[in-house]
Design a binder for this molecule. Structure first.
Ligand code: AMP
Ligand code: MG
Length: 402
C-alpha cells in the first residue's frame, strides 16, 4: 500500500497551474496572482506633508516668526518657491512647495484656531526650528519605480487591493479557478431537507467537501448523489465531462463493498492509478482518470472524506490554483494523554489548549471515521507517523491546525 507522502506526490505532480486571466481589481481578492507586479512610478509620487502645519526652510537664519505667503490644501500642486523669512500653511498629504525643507505641526505654533474653514494667519511663530526633513514624506520613500511589490503565486489579500489601487492596477492577472466536479454516492443518502426514512442517512459530504473546494480557491460543479448502480455513477461522471471539469472528486463507493461501483466504472472508462493509502482514517482513497479527466475518490465516511481532502486535495488545488509551493504546514504539540495507533499514518482529532506557553493536545472523543461531532469539536489533526503504535503522554507530535 502507498504511503501518504507517495500518494500525495503522485496526485500533485500530475497537475499544473491553470491558465491566467484578467479580472477587475475588486474581483481579484482571494485569487492567485498570475505574474509579478512592479510599480511604474514612485510612491509617494511627490514630497508631501505628513501633518497639518506650516512648511518652512530649515536653512532660514531669520527669526522664529515667518510671513505666511501661501495656503496649500491637499490635492493641489504649489507653484511658489519658499524664500527666506517665509512659510506656507500646508495640509496633510499636500505637496511640499519648492524651497521648503520641513513642516512644523500646527499644534507647535502660535496659530491656535484649528477649526475647519479658518483662513491662514498673516504670520506664524514657533519656539524651535525643526530638523531638516521633519514631517515630510519623501517621494519614493515607500516604493521605487520598478520595485516588485507582489509576487506571482500570492493569494491576494484585502490589504493587497489597497496597494494595487495605490499603484494604479485597475485590472489584475490571476490564475483561473479550477473547475472541480463533485459527486456523492450511496443508496442510503437523502437530501438535507427531507425527513429521515428507515435505513437512510443524510448526505453530509456534499456540503463539507464543496465548501472545502471553494475555500481552497476552486469552483464547484455540484453533481449531486449517484445511486449505487453502474448507470447512475456513469451518468454523473459523464456530466462532469460535459461540464469540462478540471478534476472530478467523488465520495464513497471506492471500497470493497458489493455495491461500490465507482472504482469499476473508472477502470472501464479510464484508469485507476491507486485506490488505497496506508492511513487512518481514509484508507480507501482512489486516484485515476475518467475519460481523460483526473479523478480523486475520497472515502465515504465523513471524517475520512475531510481528512482525505486536507491531506491530498488541498495541496493539489494549491498547485492547480498557481499558489507558490508551500511546504506542508504543521506545528508541534504535546499529547495530554497516551495515544494508541495501529501503525498506519493516523490523523486524530484533537483540541489544543496552551499551558505555560506550551500547546497541549487532547483527543475530542472517539475517533470513529463517521463521528463528525468530534471533528467539529477539534481544532487540530494530530499526525501519528506510520510504524508508531503508541505515543506516550507528554510526547510531542506534528499537527495540522484546522
Ligand atoms: P462506502 O464507501 O460507500 O462504503 O461508505 C462508507 C460509509 O460512509 C458508509 O457508512 C456510508 O453511509 C457513509 N457515507 C457515504 N457517503 C456519505 C455521504 N455523502 N454523507 C454521509 N455519509 C456518507
Ligand atoms: Mg456506499
Amino acid at each position: 500500500m502507498l504511503s501518504v507522502n507517495e500518494a500525495r506526490e503522485r496526485i500533485r505532480s500530475s497537475f499544473q497551474a491553470t491558465d491566467i486571466e484578467t479580472v477587475s481589481l475588486v474581483a481579484s481578492v482571494n485569487r492567485v496572482l498570475g505574474m509579478d507586479l512592479a510599480a511604474d512610478h514612485d510612491y509617494p509620487p511627490f514630497d508631501n506633508s505628513a501633518v497639518d502645519g506650516f512648511a518652512v526652510r530649515t536653512d532660514d537664519a531669520s527669526s522664529l516668526t515667518l510671513k505666511v505667503v501661501a495656503d496649500i490644501p491637499a490635492g493641489t500642486s504649489p507653484s511658489i518657491t519658499l524664500k527666506s523669512g517665509e512659510a506656507a500653511r500646508i495640509m496633510t498629504g499636500a505637496e511640499v512647495p519648492n524651497g521648503a525643507t520641513a513642516v512644523i505641526p500646527v499644534e507647535d505654533t502660535d496659530f491656535k484656531d484649528h477649526q475647519a474653514g479658518t483662513t491662514a494667519p498673516q504670520t506664524i511663530s514657533f519656539e524651535k526650528k525643526p530638523a531638516a526633513g521633519a514631517n515630510i514624506r519623501r517621494r519614493g520613500m515607500d516604493i521605487l519605480t520598478g520595485e516588485v511589490v507582489l509576487q506571482k503565486g500570492r493569494v491576494i489579500k484585502p490589504q493587497d487591493l489597497g496597494l494595487l489601487a495605490t499603484l494604479g492596477f485597475a485590472n489584475v492577472t490571476v490564475h483561473k479557478r479550477p473547475r472541480v466536479a463533485l459527486l456523492s454516492s450511496g443508496d442510503e443518502l437523502l437530501p438535507v431537507d427531507v425527513p429521515l426514512e428507515p435505513g437512510k442517512i443524510r448526505d453530509s459530504n456534499s456540503y463539507t467537501i464543496a465548501a472545502l473546494i471553494e475555500n481552497a480557491g476552486a469552483e464547484v460543479i455540484r453533481l449531486g448523489v449517484a445511486r449505487d448502480t453502474r448507470e447512475a455513477v456513469t451518468s454523473l461522471l459523464d456530466r462532469a465531462i460535459a461540464e469540462s471539469a478540471d478534476l472530478i472528486i467523488s465520495t464513497a463507493g471506492v471500497s470493497v463493498g458489493a455495491f461500490d461501483f465507482i472504482k469499476e466504472v473508472i477502470e472501464s472508462n479510464g484508469s485507476m492509478d491507486f485506490w488505497r493509502v496506508n492511513m487512518r482514517p481514509g484508507k480507501p482513497l482512489a486516484f485515476g482518470s475518467y475519460r481523460g479527466i483526473r479523478f480523486i475518490g475520497l472515502p465515504g465516511n465523513p471524517v475520512s472524506a475531510f481528512v482525505g481532502f486536507e491531506v491530498f486535495v488541498r495541496p493539489t488545488l494549491e498547485r492547480m490554483t498557481g499558489q507558490m509551493d508551500r511546504s506542508w504546514q504543521t506545528v508541534r504539540v504535546r499529547c495530554a494523554e497516551e495515544i494508541d495507533s495501529d501503525g498506519r499514518e493516523s490523523y486524530l482529532r484533537a483540541r489544543i489548549r496552551t499551558e505555560n506557553g506550551i500547546p497541549i493536545a487532547s483527543l475530542t472523543g472517539h475517533q470513529g471515521s463517521g463521528n463528525l461531532l468530534s471533528l467539529v469539536q477539534a481544532d487540530a489533526l494530530l499526525i501519528i507517523p506510520a510504524g508508531v503504535k503508541c505515543v506516550p503522554a507528554g510526547q510531542e507530535v506534528d499537527a495540522i491546525l484546522l
